[in-house]
Design a protein around this ligand. Sequence first.
Ligand SMILES: [Zn+2]
Length: 115
Amino acid sequence: MHELSYVVRFADRAIAIAEEQHAVSVRKLVVQIGEMTDVLPEYLQKYYPEVTDGTILEGSVLETEPLPAKVRCSSCGTEYHPEKETGYLCPVCGSGAGKVLEGRHVVLKEVILDS
Ligand SMILES: [Zn+2]
C-alpha cells in the first residue's frame, strides 16, 4: 500500500502551491491515476482527510480520474492503448516491444484554490 505516501506527497505539493498563491483555502485537488499502477482511488480518498486535517487543505475535495495507458511501439512508432484482448501488442505491426508513455504514474494534475 503506497497510497498513503502519494497522499502525503500531493498534500505537501498542494500546500506549497496554496502558500505561493496566497490562497485562503483550497477547494479541490485533481489526481490522475495511471491505468498501469495498482493504486486504488478509494484508499487515496480514505487517507486524504487524515493527512489534510489541520492544514489549509482541510475540507477540500480529492478528485481522482483514471489516466489511460499509452504505449509507443518501438518497431513502427504507433502510439496505442494496450488492450488485454490483443495481448498488449501493437495493433498495427503486432510487436510487443514498446515504451510506456503514460499510465504508469499517479500525478497531481490540478490544485483548485479559493482566493
Ligand atoms: Zn508497431
